[in-house]
Write a protein that binds this ligand. Sequence first.
Ligand SMILES: *Cc1c(COP(=O)(O)O)cnc(C)c1O
Length: 356
Amino acid sequence: MQDIIIEINEEVKKVELPENLVFGRMFTPHMFEMDYDEALGGWHNPRIKKFEDLKLSPAAMVLHYGQAIFEGLKAYKQVDGKVVLFRPEENMKRMNASARRLCMPEFDEGFVLEAMKKLIAIDKDWIPTKPGHALYVRPLMIATDPVLGVRPADNYKFLIILSPVGPYYPEGFKPVPIMATDKYVRAVRKGMGASKAAGNYAGSLLAQREAIAEGYTQVLWLDAIELKYIEEVGTMNIFVRFEDEVATPALEGSILPGITRKSVITVLKDWGYKVAERKIAMQEVIDRYNDKSLLEVFGAGTAAVIAAVSKLKYHDTVLEFSKEEPGELAGKLYEEITGIQYGRIPDRYGWITPVE
Ligand SMILES: *Cc1c(COP(=O)(O)O)cnc(C)c1O
């Protein structure tokens, strides 16, 4: 691979971050871009340049047949000022897995991670330093061939853009109401639910809209075959704390293998909890809530880290948890994982990667 060409955006003089950062609305002055052309030997022309609109044919294959994948991770300015990423090599690995599933070209994970670090270092003054703030990093890959035939494209673009973000919970770590649905499904085993593919999110919007209309912030998806087992919640993996174990749905092909999920499992085992990756029936959740052996429910994902559940609705059943306080374990996990991310707690697992 060629060296990365760096073109500094000279138009930007001063860093100005608004008081309230709404998720994903603001972008830093630079982005990373490289192109793929089978005929030119694969990935080429890697560059860091001004953040600007793309030039794309209206016939570009991504716009028609949806070969689009992405990732999401965060860069943190730690308490001592060091800029770090949380387990970025896991995101690189998962993105290549998504690429394989959608017949898109794989990339050199080490090379892209270096490009990502260079880009973040150039725009590091855009990392907000207030508590709970971070720089959201969004790598993506799209098919660019201007061809209407349905087949894997020959040409692609790989991009990384950066967005300063505030805390997921502006008013503090507050539990959220969620609604399970059997009216729609997100993904089926052997489909592409385990990939971070753009199409999965388009398919989830209608259920999300209907849940919001009923006063719930996220959809709890059930399995697509029996409509019986819980799978994941919005863009988070789900955990259920029972009296005798902490359970999370096993990764059987329809669930996104979350890096926060994986980290939560490691921390819980370390703390001596019994963790089960298994099928969890919605009925089991209801029964064990009723007999009081279900203690708390929470989601886990990069954006919120941990999201405690205040209320879980399914058909006419509503399970209620505290509206004000997260469950005990959700709170502890939030403190632990954000503690490692922001450097308040030593990185005993080797999860932190410095950017420079
Ligand atoms: C990204 C995502 C997750 C969480 O993955 P993390 O690596 O923890 O951020 C879970 N479910 C879905 C559907 C996702 O898109």
